[in-house]
Design a protein around this ligand. Structure first.
Ligand code: SF4
Length: 302
């Protein structure tokens, strides 16, 4: 069976849309209607008029899509696709963190569970984190779960104390300054483009720091020809495909892969569309609270 053809047929028959994160296996793009980062995909999930949303991403993304568009059937092709960073803070840990720092606005990265979002003031993605924190006009903010993104936001703003929770992305947190020195010694003209989930000591040495979309736009608009990419391999794969006249290098000898993101295979997507499972549900009480946190972000991001 040609799964790609069958998926396209099923999408038509069932009025389904496939949203795919840039960290997915690149072949997923062949069936996806929208490919992008968390912010873009949230915006697409909020406004789609499809009956079914197949979210080729990880659990919190599908959960966010369901919260944003509760009347739709939201399906995560592989139910085991989770996010290690999102799992680093649960409701109890959030409450303890907040109780240590009372009366300070709380910003949660979109990489968090619905329960956590439900008790935060506003959500952010790596594309809009600086704008979101700035919009609060507060001298101090709590930021979770990602300590690295929080540190970076604090540096960009300069006048806001960002109190970070001790979470991180295991994929991005592994990048070390020595990796830049080594890769630069092999490709001295290449610019280093890094995601703000990388550690502070690493992003301090990068030529550009930005979200997945930021990195892709940087390459698109740059006259330079060589780039060292410090983020998940899916971005590197798409850049190589989209800009064949430019050269891209991984920061480490071993590619940086989020195994969880790669769990959604083409076969999983086919099965998910066929059976309309596994469907994501969010408790209504939690969803009603979490939507405020997410919508506030979307309003500021417009
Ligand atoms: S790359 Fe990191 S933050 Fe993104 S889904 Fe994987 S573990 Fe979570």
């Amino acid at each position: 069976m040609n799964y790609i053809t069958e998926i396209k047929k099923l999408k038509e028959e069932k009025n389904a849309v496939i949203l795919a994160h840039c960290y997915q296996n690149i072949e997923v793009d062949e069936v996806a209607d929208f490919v992008g980062d968390s912010l873009y995909l949230s915006q697409m999930a909020a406004k789609t008029d499809a009956d079914i949303i197949v979210f080729a991403g990880v659990y919190f993304m599908a959960q966010t899509a369901k919260i944003l568009n509760p009347a739709k059937k939201v399906i995560l092709p592989n139910i085991n696709a989770g996010c290690d960073m999102a799992d680093m803070i649960n409701l109890q840990q959030l409450r303890e963190f907040k109780s240590k720092h009372p009366n300070i606005p709380t910003v949660c990265y979109i990489n968090s569970t619905a329960e956590v979002k439900a008790e935060c003031d506003i959500c952010c993605t790596s594309s809009n984190a600086v704008k979101i924190v700035k919009s609060l006009n507060a001298p101090e903010v709590l930021f979770l779960p990602d300590k690295n993104l929080g540190r970076w936001v604090e540096k960009q703003l300069g006048n806001v104390k960002v109190i970070t929770y001790n979470g991180y992305c295991p994929i991005h947190d592994q990048f070390e300054p020595s990796g830049i020195e080594k890769t630069k010694s092999q490709h001295p003209k290449a610019l280093v483009l890094a995601h703000p989930e990388c550690p502070e000591s690493f992003v301090d040495l990068a030529d550009y720091v930005g979200s997945t979309t930021g990195i892709m736009n940087f390459v698109k608009n740059s006259n330079e020809k060589q780039f060292i990419i410090a983020t998940e391999k899916g971005v590197l794969d798409r850049l190589k495909r989209d800009y064949p006249s430019k050269e891209f290098f991984d920061i480490n000898a071993t590619p940086s892969i989020c195994q969880s993101m790669k769990l959604n295979t083409i076969t999983d997507i086919y099965n998910a569309l066929k059976t309309e499972q596994p469907e994501i549900q969010v408790n209504k009480e939690i969803a009603d609270k979490a939507i405020k946190c997410i919508n506030r972000m979307l309003e500021v991001s417009q």
